[in-house]
Design a protein around this ligand. Structure first.
Ligand SMILES: Cc1cc2nc3c(=O)[nH]c(=O)nc-3n(C[C@H](O)[C@H](O)[C@H](O)COP(=O)(O)OP(=O)(O)OC[C@H]3O[C@@H](n4cnc5c(N)ncnc54)[C@H](O)[C@@H]3O)c2cc1C
Length: 659
């Protein structure tokens, strides 16, 4: 019964897929081939390709499309039911093909994709759950052989969850609660974590000996489908101004965030030079240090808040110990946020603005907040932008009142938060002549030009009148990211590293990839999250994004386009999908089991998690290898919600021998 209904579904889906489409037979250097309606914008979230018929009366076309969509939805529901109808079978594992998936990246996009992939056979899962207890930790004891979807998550860091761990600011603990859901997914018997495994790439990181590597091609050869969810790399977009690369003290927002969030590659053990430079600039300036942040989004506000918040409060968070220690001794005089356009285009969210403006002992200064009629028109089209303006306006008024009421009274030393709109940085100047250390930034007034909603900032011609020089010990640029290219020969992406796809997440990869002599034996390639959309959107945006990508996968399963695991993996010793062995292909030529020690599985992550939370102590002999005492999980810092392990070798030393 299962087979019959699945076959019907395939026929139906093929019809849908290939409607009006001839490209399946046309020659292309891309594979695997899939069909979609030519010329359609691919941004639709519907599960079905749309059926436009040029030259017809518009209304008639709409009516036909509506009724055809209704029919299609009905049939699609039926076919979805048939995909999951194995729930009714007594011994369904004998008849249900096992589909195996690799998800690259364990950030929100990857983990939501895992969640959606497991729901591909929801009805079946429910049925299984009726017979399987879930323990208090959310651990499903569903038997492995009852599942017909299997997901392996590949993550290059030792620790999972991407920007939830290394991006979200430490004082936003509630946002990080989403990891409870992700932990529950990693406890599901159908899911395995392969962390400390870098997929693709050929840069510096790949040459390190303490990380495992696998190519995208190898994954495609071993799984029914591979979902790329590797985010956008932390290469901050440059300002392209004088001395940007020549002077010390210039950092990308992601570098700075990585530093305070304890990303291993930005920690003192890996990047001593950066750590010492930041510490020196925060602590050793005569009148306190001045930080300038270029960019008017929430990441800029995160950086400002961490610099301006009291360290008593930061001590309760999961901020990296080295950053906390540096900030405890820091003397921050001012943080200035510079935006090249007007307040009407600023991307701050009102909530984040209120939070930073409400910090105690802050002297708030806001420049160039005046708005034009065009600004008002633009803000009226966007409630959050109007609200952000109102928050700033209120803060400016309150600051003016404070100045008046404080006149004549003794002034307490306050940190300055200054926000300057309509200015761009034009160059950086050294502390002193011939010094290679940053000391000042030149900013110049901008004029907005162009149509409403799309006005561009251009520098004023009058440098003498419109240029200001600000003291600047650290400059943080927060104006976007340039993505990493993952296996560039195989996987097509644009200049920002965003993967090209059909609008629903299907990627056409280059079969002629010279890095592999063999044509792929298996999988189809998909993309999700920031790797798919570029670096924009919050954690929750990735839910819908994952739904869309897994929707495309579901269509492809139903259309018979995905190979079941049994049709891909022939060598049972190299069984990525049947669950008998670990992924042995990761450990080729590993006579001494050295490579196995590098793998961080879910159980190893849970151990690291317990150590970081102070719930479990490191074993003495493992600690002997640790040289940096500041990074040790100490009882004395137990008021911290988590003491992050920021050194890859140390993390591996803690769990390396565990099964
Ligand atoms: C500084 C900052 C602060 C933010 N704060 C918030 C916030 O407070 N609230 C909010 O809702 N959103 C916030 N966001 C946005 C949110 O983090 C993103 O929407 C989300 O993380 C994107 O998810 P992703 O999975 O696509 O990417 P990521 O979270 O970046 O995950 C990608 C994962 O892939 C891994 N990876 C990368 N390359 C490879 C490879 N080659 N092989 C294997 N693994 C790889 C990475 O290590 C990472 O774990 C913030 C973003 C930033 C940059």
């Amino acid at each position: 019964m299962k087979h019959r209904s699945l076959k019907n579904a395939r026929i139906f889906c093929r019809r849908l897929f290939f409607f009006g489409e001839t490209s399946s037979s046309s020659s292309s250097s891309f594979a695997p081939r899939f069909s979609r309606e030519d010329g359609r914008s691919a941004s639709t979230t519907t599960f079905f390709p749309r059926n436009d018929d040029d030259g017809r009366e518009e209304e008639e076309g709409k009516r036909r499309r509506r009724s055809s969509a209704r029919r299609a939805r009905g049939r699609h529901r039926a076919s979805r039911r048939s995909f999951s109808s194995s729930a009714d079978d007594d011994d369904a594992t004998k008849t249900t093909p096992l589909y195996s998936f690799a998800v690259v990246g364990s950030g929100p996009a990857g983990m939501y994709a895992v969640d959606k992939l497991l729901q591909l056979n929801n009805a079946r899962k429910k049925n299984t759950n009726a017979n399987a207890a879930i323990d208090g930790n959310g651990t499903s004891n569903t038997k492995k052989n009852n599942a017909d979807v299997r997901v392996d998550v590949y993550e290059k860091e030792c620790f999972p969850y991407g920007l939830v761990r290394y991006g979200v600011a430490p004082d936003h603990a509630a946002t990080k609660n989403v990891t409870n859901k992700f932990d529950a997914l990693l406890r599901d018997a159908r899911v395995r974590l392969f962390a400390n495994v870098r997929v693709g790439g050929d840069g510096e990181e790949e040459k390190r000996s303490n990380i495992l590597r696998v190519s995208t091609r190898e994954l495609l050869d071993r799984y029914s489908g591979v979902v790329l969810a590797h985010g956008a790399a932390d290469n901050d977009r440059k300002l392209r101004i004088e001395n940007e690369d020549a002077l010390r003290g210039v950092y990308g927002a992601r570098q700075f965030v990585n530093w305070f969030n304890g990303l291993p590659s930005a920690a003192p053990t890996s990047n001593k030079e950066m750590h010492e430079d930041i510490v020196n600039r925060l602590q050793n300036k005569k009148n306190g240090s001045n930080v300038v942040i270029v960019g008017v989004g929430n990441v800029a506000l995160d950086c400002a808040r961490i610099l301006l918040r009291s360290t008593e409060e930061l001590r309760e968070t999961d901020i990296a110990t080295h950053a906390l220690e540096a900030l405890e001794k820091a003397e921050v005089n001012s943080v200035t946020i510079v935006g090249r356009r007007s307040v009407a285009q600023a991307k701050f969210s009102p909530k984040e603005l209120r939070e930073v403006l409400g910090l105690p002992d802050l002297d708030v200064q806001i420049d160039d907040l005046e708005v034009t009629e065009e600004d008002i028109e633009e803000m009226n089209a966007s409630r959050p932008r109007r609200r952000a303006f109102e928050v700033l306006e209120k803060a400016k008024d309150a600051a003016a009142e404070n100045v008046i009421s404080a006149e004549g009274t003794e002034k307490k030393k306050k940190k300055i938060l200054r926000v300057i709109f309509l200015h761009s940085p034009t160059g950086l100047l050294p502390e002193e002549d011939a010094s290679s250390s940053l000391g000042f930034v030149k900013i110049r007034k901008n004029i907005l030009q162009g149509p409403s909603g799309n006005r561009k900032a251009t520098l004023s011609d009058d440098a003498a009148k419109d240029e200001t020089i600000l003291p600047c010990d650290i400059l943080i640029r927060s104006v976007g990211y340039v993505g990493d290219k993952l296996d560039p020969k195989l996987v097509p992406s644009d200049d920002n590293g965003t993967i090209s796809h059909d609008g629903l997440g299907r990627v056409q990869y280059n079969e002629e990839d010279p890095s592999s002599a063999s044509a792929t034996k298996g999988g189809r390639l998909y993309v999700c999250g920031w790797a798919k959309r570029g670096a924009s959107g919050v954690i929750a945006t990735n839910v819908q994004c994952a739904e869309e990508t897994v929707g495309a996968i579901e269509q492809d399963v139903l259309a018979g386009l995905l190979k079941p695991a049994s049709a891909i993996v022939s060598d049972s010793d190299d069984d990525a999908n049947g669950g008998k062995n670990n992924n042995n292909f990761l450990f080729q030529n590993d006579e001494n089991n050295d490579k196995k020690k590098l793998l961080v599985t879910a159980s190893k992550w849970f151990k690291l998690d317990a150590v970081e939370r102070g719930e479990e102590e490191e074993e003495e002999e493992k600690e002997e290898n640790v040289t940096n005492s500041a990074e040790k999980t100490s009882k004395s810092s137990s008021s911290k919600s988590r003491t992050k392990i920021v050194d890859r070798d140390r993390a591996l030393a803690i769990v390396g021998d565990d099964a």
